[in-house]
Design a protein around this ligand. Structure first.
Ligand code: SAM
Length: 326
């Protein structure tokens, strides 16, 4: 496809990455992710597997090459393997990944890999079972670790782990040393992410604090990141097979490199994670020419994509992360 057919926004950013939220529901309750109040949209109003395939098909037509399935918790969708199977077979999809809390990954990894899933990111905020359970509102750390093992066993590589730095005490609660032991044992890429302010959450720990702590262990050795690109910077620690990474959307925003649009589980197309409203994909899906209409909305979303999320005032950021899809 020539570049004129691709999605390029008004700031010259090439949009070739789509995140699709499969559900607002989640089996965990991380405070930084959920709306303080709020119920999830009913199942009947969530995009169907056919809707998702139609959106992915249209996106690929305008040059989208990477697709991530997220939520809510995508493993809660009973038709997830079907969705993966159809989307992964679309010509032009070079990278199909999943973000999950890993609670049910052990039992689903093999089926998903066989269906065409290429890799996975697993959220894991602490390696202490009690702390993990407290952060997640009852999550089972052992289940996530079994999920990581299963992901490696079926070749969902590279496996990345997301740790959200959601408060000033984040590193006391989830010590770096524990994650360094994890990357010494497995080729996993652990990324510490500054919590983004949302309607229900405002605190974070600057990623620089993590880097200070890492540098106290020796010099900081930057390394190229694993496949999958993205805004993380990675560091090698001793001879560990894995790496430590940081993602600093607050202290070092990377909006100038943003290459993505998002689709919420209700079928809104979000130009930016913090867009107060989305474009109505769900309506386009019901029309007589859905592919053309979806393509038109993708172009419109690129056209109105803000230069940076900071241009959207905090009170207008109405979405919790589980709603728009992290
Ligand atoms: N349920 C899945 C999971 O737990 O990974 C996928 C959805 S979750 C919204 C996707 C990612 O967004 C997770 O890695 C989560 O930690 C991250 N996230 C949620 N709220 C966030 C916030 N306020 N700032 C930064 N990352 C956040």
């Amino acid at each position: 496809m020539d570049v004129s057919g691709s999605l390029v926004d008004r700031f010259g950013r090439l949009i070739d990455y789509l995140r699709i939220s499969l559900t607002e529901r989640c089996d965990l309750r991380c405070a930084y992710c959920r709306a303080a109040e709020g119920t999830c949209v009913s199942r009947a109003d969530v995009l169907t597997a056919d809707d998702i395939l139609a959106i992915a098909e249209a996106a690929v037509r305008v040059g989208v090459k990477r697709i991530r399935l997220t939520g809510g918790e995508p493993l809660l969708r009973s038709d997830l393997a079907d969705i993966v199977s159809h989307v992964s077979r679309l010509p032009g999809v070079e990278d199909l990944s999943l973000t999950t809390n890993g609670q049910a990954l052990a039992s689903q990894a093999e089926r998903l890999a066989a269906a065409g899933l290429m890799r996975g990111n697993v959220s894991l905020d602490s390696l202490d079972p009690q702390v993990y359970s407290a952060i997640t509102g009852g999550g089972d750390l052992a289940a996530v670790l079994r999920g990581l093992d299963a992901a490696f066993a079926v070749g969902l590589a590279p496996v990345k782990v997301n740790v959200v730095l959601d408060c000033p005490a984040a590193l006391e609660r989830a010590p770096l040393s524990a994650f360094i032991r994890l990357i010494a044992r497995r080729p996993v890429h652990v990324r510490f992410i500054e919590a983004m302010p949302t309607c229900s959450h405002v605190t974070y720990l600057p990623a620089a604090r993590l880097l200070d702590e890492l540098s106290r262990r020796g010099s900081l050795v930057s390394v190229a990141g694993p496949a999958g690109g993205g805004p993380a910077r990675y560091y090698r620690v001793d001879d560990a097979p894995g790496t430590i990474g940081v993602i600093a959307p607050i202290t070092e925003p990377f909006c100038s490199q943003c290459n993505r649009l998002r689709v919420s589980a209700r079928g809104e197309l979000m130009p930016c994670l913090f867009s107060p409203t989305g474009l109505p994909l769900a309506e386009a899906l019901g029309g007589s020419q859905p592919t053309d209409d979806i393509v038109a909305l993708l172009r419109e979303a690129a056209a109105v994509k803000p230069r940076r999320y900071g241009d959207i005032a905090l009170p207008a950021r109405i979405h919790a992360m589980h709603v728009v899809g992290g």
